[in-house]
Design a protein around this ligand. Structure first.
Ligand SMILES: C=C1C[C@]23C[C@H]1CC[C@H]2[C@@]12CCC[C@@](C)(C(=O)O1)[C@H]2[C@@H]3C(=O)O
Ligand SMILES: O=C(O)CCC(=O)C(=O)O
Ligand SMILES: [Fe+2]
Length: 331
C-alpha cells in the first residue's frame, strides 16, 4: 500500500481519522526528560536513573558534527518533497525491510497514519536510484550524507552501549556477540527516515502509532521539537522536547531484555501538527539476527531470576505484535 498524497488533502479521510480522545491527552505532571552531557563524569548515574524511570534521555556533547545533522535533515526533506508517484517507485517490496512506504506498525491498527517512511541499512542506493534516475548529483549527495550519518551513529551507539552497560555495572565483554570478530562487533543497524506532513486536523490524526522499538537502543533526531511523546502509567502521554543540538536516545526492547527488565523500553508515539512538515530520523542499533539474547548472566541470581527466555532478533521481529503494550515474551 502506498502512503497518501498528504499535500493534496484539506480534510482527514475516514481511513485516517482517529478518535480525538485517543490522540489528545493532557498530562497533569510533566517532569522534563534528563539532559545528559556525555562528557560529564556523572553521565553514567544519570543514564541509569533515567533509563529505569523513563527509558529515554536527551544527550548533548555527543560528538556528532551539527553540519552533518543539518545535511541529513535537508536530504530527508528532499526525499519526502518528491511527488507521490516518484516516491512510489521506491516502494518497499513485501517481506523486505528497506525502501519507501507505510510504517511496519501500520497494519496492526484499524486506522492509517499521517506519515510515510524510508528505511535503509548502509547504502540506500538501490531504492534512491529509483527516486533520482536522472539526477546523478542529487543521488550521490543523498547517498553520501546517509552513509556519513550512519558512520557517526555507529560510533555513537558503541559509546552509548558502553555507557549503558557501565550503568548496569557491566562491560562490553558481558555481551557475548559484542566481542570484536574481524575487528568489528556483530551488531546491525538501520536508519529510518520519518515524514509527518502538515495536517489540517492534527487532533484527529496519528503520526506514528504507539509502539516500542525492537532495537537495543535508538538514537533520534527530530527536525522540530514536539511530536514525540512517551507514555507513563498514571500520567498519560508526555511530550519529549529536545533541546537544540541534542539527540534523543531511547531504550529498545532488547536492552529491556538484556537488563532483565531493569531498563524501560518506552511506549511512544508521534503526533502531528497543522503548521509544519516535521521529519525525524531514527537510528536503530540492533543485535545480530541469529544470536539468542536473554538477560545478561551477571544480572541474574536467586533474587533476580531471568524474566525472559533468550530470543534472536529475527524471531522477535517475526512474532512481535505491536498491540502488546509492554515488550513481552513473544511466545
Ligand atoms: C529495525 C527495525 C525496527 C523497526 C522494524 C525494523 C525496520 C523498521 C523499524 C520501524 C521504524 C519506525 C517505527 C517502527 C515501530 C516501525 O514501524 O518500523 C520500527 C520497527 C521496530 O522498532 O519494531
Ligand atoms: O518521529 C518521532 O518522533 C518518533 C519516531 C519513532 O518512534 C521511530 O522511528 O521509531
Ligand atoms: Fe520508535
Amino acid at each position: 500500500m502506498v502512503p497518501l498524497d498528504f499535500k493534496s488533502l484539506h480534510t482527514i479521510p475516514d481511513s485516517h481519522e482517529w478518535n480525538k480522545s485517543t490522540v489528545v491527552d493532557d498530562p497533569n505532571t510533566i517532569e522534563p526528560i534528563p539532559v545528559v552531557d556525555l562528557n560529564d563524569p556523572n553521565a553514567v548515574s544519570l543514564i541509569r536513573h533515567s533509563c529505569e524511570k523513563w527509558g529515554v534521555i536527551l544527550i548533548i556533547n555527543h560528538g556528532v558534527p551539527m553540519d552533518i545533522v543539518k545535511e541529513l535533515e535537508l536530504q530527508t526533506y528532499e526525499l519526502f518533497s518528491l511527488p507521490s508517484e516518484t516516491k512510489a517507485r521506491a516502494l518497499r517490496s513485501e517481506g523486505s525491510l528497506f525502501g519507501y512506504g507505510l510504517h511496519r506498525v501500520a497494519p496492526f491498527f484499524p486506522k492509517l497514519l499521517w506519515s510515510e517512511g524510508f528505511t535503509m541499512s548502509g547504502s540506500p542506493m538501490e531504492h534512491a536510484a529509483k527516486l533520482w534516475p536522472h539526477q546523478p548529483d542529487q543521488l550521490t549527495n543523498f547517498c553520501a550524507v546517509m552513509e556519513e550519518y550512519q558512520k557517526e551513529m555507529k560510533k555513537l551507539s558503541g559509546k552509548l552501549m558502553e555507557l549503558m552497560l557501565e550503568s548496569l555495572g557491566l562491560t562490553l565483554e558481558d555481551v557475548e556477540w559484542f566481542k570484536p570478530k574481524n575487528g568489528t562487533d556483530r551488531a546491525q543497524s538501520m536508519l529510518q527516515l520519518n515524514s509527518y506532513p502538515t495536517c489540517p486536523d492534527p487532533d484527529r490524526a496519528m503520526g506514528l502509532a504507539p509502539h516500542t522499538d525492537s532495537s537495543i537502543l535508538t538514537i533520534l533526531h527530530q527536525s522540530i521539537s514536539g511530536g514525540l511523546q512517551i507514555h507513563e502509567d498514571g500520567i498519560g502521554w508526555i511530550p519529549v522536547h529536545s533541546v537544540p543540538g541534542s539527540l534523543v536516545v531511547n531504550v529498545g526492547d532488547f536492552l529491556h531484555i538484556l537488563s532483565n527488565g531493569q531498563y524501560k523500553s518506552p511506549y511512544h508515539r508521534a503526533i502531528v501538527n497543522n503548521t509544519h512538515h516535521r521529519i525525524s530520523v531514527a537510528f536503530f542499533y540492533v543485535p545480530p539476527s541469529d544470536v539468542k539474547n536473554g538477560p545478561l548472566k551477571k544480572l541474574i541470581d536467586d533474587d533476580h531470576p531471568p524474566l525472559y527466555t533468550p530470543v534472536t532478533w529475527a524471531e522477535y521481529l517475526q512474532k512481535k505484535s505491536y498491540l502488546d503494550v509492554k515488550p513481552k515474551q513473544a511466545y
